[in-house]
Design a protein around this ligand. Structure first.
Ligand code: ADP
Ligand code: MG
Length: 311
């Protein structure tokens, strides 16, 4: 499937049930989520919220979008706003995918920042509405849509009794069950691309199962101006590409949404704060990481055990 502006695939192994039926259900679920979140489609529910809300007035949402945004906001609070889905206006200003992108002026960044900030949104569970305090805010699903979709597809697969499958949404993955090509013990092998190096060169090669992995890095979506690279992950406070010395970070977790959110957050937080937030999250989910900084490669304890290249 081509969804979320990337290639998405679901591969089933050793499944004797209705393969077409299951894959169709995965596709439909993914499409529904894209239709809810797509910022390039004016009719998506998220676009309609962005276009039609009035500041300080409750705006009712579908239950699904309400609870999804509420989870994302909980995460934003937990990581002190390093992940902030309200950066849409800034993402538009930087326009990393434009033909000829330019570095915005400080004035433009400042005025866009006024329309950002997760603290400027309140949630009203009684009628599933949100109240946005400021005009011009644009909520961006780019940092959490794929992770949410993977979690939903995983549920489709599990309900259908699929025991072994690969879900790969543009490099954001979940590996269900045991490695179909292995003896059932060693897990799936996942290579992590070395950032800014030739394709195929790996930082680490991890073996695990029943977990997801997502990577955030600057090397895939960026532009260069006067020798400096500007990538698509923003520091929501400064309104500029996050630059904490992390070149690439991969998060491994059993929760696909957290995997996606945390990869972006860790990139913004940098190593020390990222590790601290990872420790907090471990009370709730599996959370391991492989982080490459300017100076060193750091693997969390679990990732060291899974790494075929040694810890
Ligand atoms: P990708 O989508 O390329 O796999 P990420 O999961 O890291 O990478 O998400 C990056 C996308 O999230 C950006 O393209 C942008 O739309 C949005 N974004 C950028 N910075 C932030 C941020 N600090 N918090 C939340 N979303 C962000
Ligand atoms: Mg992410």
């Amino acid at each position: 499937m081509f969804l979320y502006n990337t290639v998405c695939e679901v591969v089933l192994y050793d499944y004797s049930g209705d393969v077409t039926g299951v894959l169709d259900a995965c596709e439909q679920r993914s499409l529904d989520i894209q239709n809810m979140l797509n910022r390039y489609d004016n009719r998506s529910e998220l676009s309609r919220l962005n276009q039609n809300y009035c500041p300080k007035v409750p705006y009712p949402l579908s239950k699904e979008l309400f609870f999804l945004l509420q989870s994302v906001w909980r995460f934003s609070r937990l990581c002190d706003g390093a992940f902030d889905a309200t950066v849409g206006k800034l993402v538009g200003l930087w326009d990393f995918t434009a033909e000829d992108p330019a570095v915005p002026r400080e004035k433009e960044i400042e005025s866009s920042l006024a329309a950002c900030g997760y603290q400027k949104v309140d949630f009203w569970e009684t009628d599933y509405s949100v109240i946005i305090q400021v005009p011009g805010m644009e909520i961006d699903g780019g940092g959490f849509g794929k992770g949410y979709a993977i979690g939903q597809v995983l549920q489709v697969l599990q309900k259908a009794g699929v025991s072994s499958a690969l879900i790969n949404y543009g490099g954001n993955m979940f590996l269900l069950g045991e490695n179909p090509e292995g003896t059932g013990k060693e897990g799936w092998r996942v290579g992590i691309q070395a950032p800014w190096e030739e394709k195929g060169k790996c930082l680490a090669s991890l073996c695990f199962s029943n977990l997801g992995i997502a990577t955030s890095a600057g090397y895939e979506r960026y532009f260069r101006k006067e020798g400096k690279a500007y990538w698509h992950i923003l520091d929501p406070v400064r309104g500029r590409p996050a630059d904490t010395g992390i070149k690439s970070v991969s998060i491994i977790s059993d929760n696909p949404l957290i995997t996606d959110l945390m990869s972006t957050a860790f990139f913004v937080l940098g190593l020390e704060k990222g590790e601290e937030v990872a420790r907090r999250l471990r009370d709730y989910v599996v959370l391991e990481y492989v982080a490459q900084t300017e100076e060193k490669l750091i693997l969390s304890e679990g990732a060291k055990i899974w790494n075929q290249y040694g810890g």
